[in-house]
Design a protein around this ligand. Sequence first.
Ligand SMILES: [Zn+2]
Length: 586
Amino acid sequence: MSITLQQLNDYDSARFVEALSGIYEHSPWIPERAAAQRPFASLAALKLALQTVVANASEAEQLALIRAHPELAGKAAIAGELTRESTGEQASAGLNRCTPEEFATLQQLNADYNAKFGFPFILAVKGPDGKGFTRQQIIATFSRRLKNCYADELAEDLRQIHRIAEIRLNDLFGYTPALGQQIMDWAEVIGAWSDDDDCLTCAYMTIAHRKTAVQLATWMREAGMEVTIDAVGNVTGRYLSDRPGAKTLMTGSHYDTVRNGGKYDGREGILLPIAVVKHLHARGERLPFNLEIIGFSEEEGVRFKSTFLGSNAIAGRFDLALLDKTDADGVTMRAALQDAGHDVSDIASIARNRDQVLGFVEVHIEQGPVLLERGLPVGIVSSIAGSCRYMVELGGVASHAGTTPMTMRKDAAAAAAEIILYVEQRCAQAPSLVGTVGQLQVPHGSVNVIPGTCRLSLDIRAADDSTRDQAVADILRQIDAICSRRNIDAKVELLMQAPAVPCAPRLMQQLSAAVERAGVPQFSLTSGAGHDAMAIAALTDVAMLFTRCGNGGISHNPLETMTADDAEVSAQVFLDFLRNFDVTAG
Ligand SMILES: [Zn+2]
């Protein structure tokens, strides 16, 4: 029998603790310490309060909580000693139907994991969408996590316990994160269409890409929207207002992916608003403004090495010279578009009229670990970091590794090493500042020759341009100093420079208010990654809502994940934001 939040808020403490006794395994101290924080505004607020109790507990208490959990398919499972909740969860993952080999593998993994960390491996076997992992997925996750370090696994085990608790709470309340599950289900459908057989790649204007566009258009139409696919492949759905002369609020993200990418990067920001509009449409609810959802056709730059093709066209900044760019097979962008039935002479007319636009709000998976570390389902982006990229070529003297004394060398790689360490140290000095040397080569290097040349890339980003520019200036000065001390020539080439895009305070405030009404603390963060909102900022005010990214915050990778519950919180925040959106402050 399910209970309501109202009942739980009204219970005396003992009854509150009793009602939640099955949520955290053998650990009544968790509801005990959360009881005083009632009333809870929402189920999300209750979940967060319980999680905060665990976060604030001592490490000994956290370890006791972890150790209160049974091993997966372990001895307790066989002996029938599990709690009712655990028995059901393990059986739903088919862990009671292991083959002898799978059983042996799991026993070995349990033993190795316990020996390494001193606590059991915990996995919410119902998985991020509540539908359950397969045994193969469980074994793969187990093997992967066994390689982690102690602190990361302690944190991950606790997060999995919170996920188990979340699913148990949903059951207790008879609650289904329906919008979140819809978003996850749709992402699964289009996530299966790929240019590659064994992973998700959806590059511009390939068959998988065009099929995805048609599917998005279908879902938009079924959700009650007017739909068009434009000359660069953007899929636009309009949920029209019943007010005459209404202006348009825009949302959306990209549906192309990187090679071997994740299912939610970009796509969440299209599917989530479609699910929200479908919900509004089903209730016959109109908005006092038109809502336009755009599935941007291209953001990642995989096929033609040029990014933001879709959003630049909407912003009226599509560079027509790009049509002559060729892919790896020598096919021009123009030919690819024509082959897909697009008329490139229509591209200029895609640009939106800024007088008709109220703003742009993009929902996106965070693609990093910040919300995960903070234990928050959503966050509001304050600024999209500006970045600049350089290629540095260092010239020393390639000479004999055996005959050249250490004091007489001009070692280009040793200079590069010093530069890399300086970049790391300098970029640790401001919170939003990050610096990376992602490429490092000793061309024609050999084991017995002092490196005569070394090439390295630099990628420096920060939430504001002055922070970034100061860091870049220091780094360039330091490169000079290091190279002159070592008698190395340095050639520094600027490859790219994009200014930071601050999000519009009026949109951020309205998103924050919606987050707060959902019972979730407001939190803002910088986006270190570029997003379509950067390109749309040339047209109108922008803002972004981030959804927590699981698996340590990994993205641009098949391991990228989020939960149906976090997608639900994001969808509810977005829905509430729309319902309360101030059309007058344009
Ligand atoms: Zn993206």
